[in-house]
Design a protein around this ligand. Sequence first.
Ligand SMILES: Cc1ncc(COP(=O)(O)O)c(C=O)c1O
Length: 407
Amino acid sequence: MKSFKKTRSLFARASKVIPAGIYGHASPAMMVPGAFPYFAKAAEGCRYQDVDGNSYIDYMCGFGPILLGYQHPEITQVAREAEVDGECFNHPTEYSVRLAEKVVEQIDRADWAVFGKNGSDMTNWAIRVAREQTGRKRVAKETQAYHGIDPWCVPGYGGVIAEDRSQVDHFYWNDVSSLEKLIAEKADELAAIIVTPFHHPNYADSELPTSDWVGALNRLSQKHGIALILDDVRSGLRLHANGSHCRYGLEPDLMCYSKALGNGHPISACAGTSAFKVAASKCFLTGSFWNCAVPMAVAMKTIEITERDAIPEQLEERGTQLIEGMLALGKRYGIPLRASGEPAMPYVRVAEDSSFKRQQQLCAAAVQEGLFLHPHHNWFLSAAHTEEIIKESLQSFERALISIIET
Ligand SMILES: Cc1ncc(COP(=O)(O)O)c(C=O)c1O
């Protein structure tokens, strides 16, 4: 059995000085309390260690940022080189211009780009740009979609007032009629429709977009002059080197990135079409650390490697190997599993398990076997998940399945 002794004592200390001890998506309450690691110590490639020294093959990749692997040698080298000249200045550095040029060169439909630190910085700002552009107030989002921690969209109601959400409307994923109905009622008031490339709600299967859905988003946003914002924060660079919209044929006006963009370094970006450039220039945007050089240098390298090494294609192949292997094992041991989402960001769970109890048992057993799988959130692959690593993961997964058969 893995020991979580230091984990427990650190969490007790954290609870005294940090509200909730660990907050947000990393909270133990979001996983399987008592059966999962809480604090990380070190990581390399696709493996990480917790504070108790337990080691895991990681299928969460820092909840997305680790695209190429932890401590990727080329990324580490670029970061060190950039750091030599300093990190935080009065002005942006040349890296900001070169990174914007790189984004414009590589991301389809991008004519310009700006940078921040977190995904929420960019989703929130993109909505302001859409409002400036259209002169309208309302924003339409999918009911369960996560777009960040700003009051208009943060999950839950802590500290949120009714006015924060008073300009937000909802539609359902892949449900063209729910979008058409909303637009029939409020087209003239809608500044933006914000969507993720595919649907990846927590505590539910992921859903890919149908071609009807993509067609409706393009057609209705263009017909009614509503800005289409692609929140590519979670999927960006994993599904397509030129932006996830290229995978599905979506035609966004504004595209938001973060997570994989810096392979673990803090950076986010919003890119847009030339039609939105003047409006973008009118929406004040800044942050104390947003011009820092190192994450920008790293992001340039990450984008370059993504295309050079065909990373999305690699992830798709490895993800397919993982999913097919897991489903076959589930069948062999009489625990039917269901896979959803994209192979690069798969989600496999116990079928017919609406309470997610069996799924939690399985993921807790996987942790014991050195495999970090989230019970209720989509997973992530990185380029460090080689064919051999997937085989090793499947062996661990098999032992986890066997261990829960009798329970
Ligand atoms: C789809 C999506 N949008 C926005 C965000 C917010 O990004 P951040 O946590 O970097 O602010 C996230 C974070 O998980 C996300 O998955």
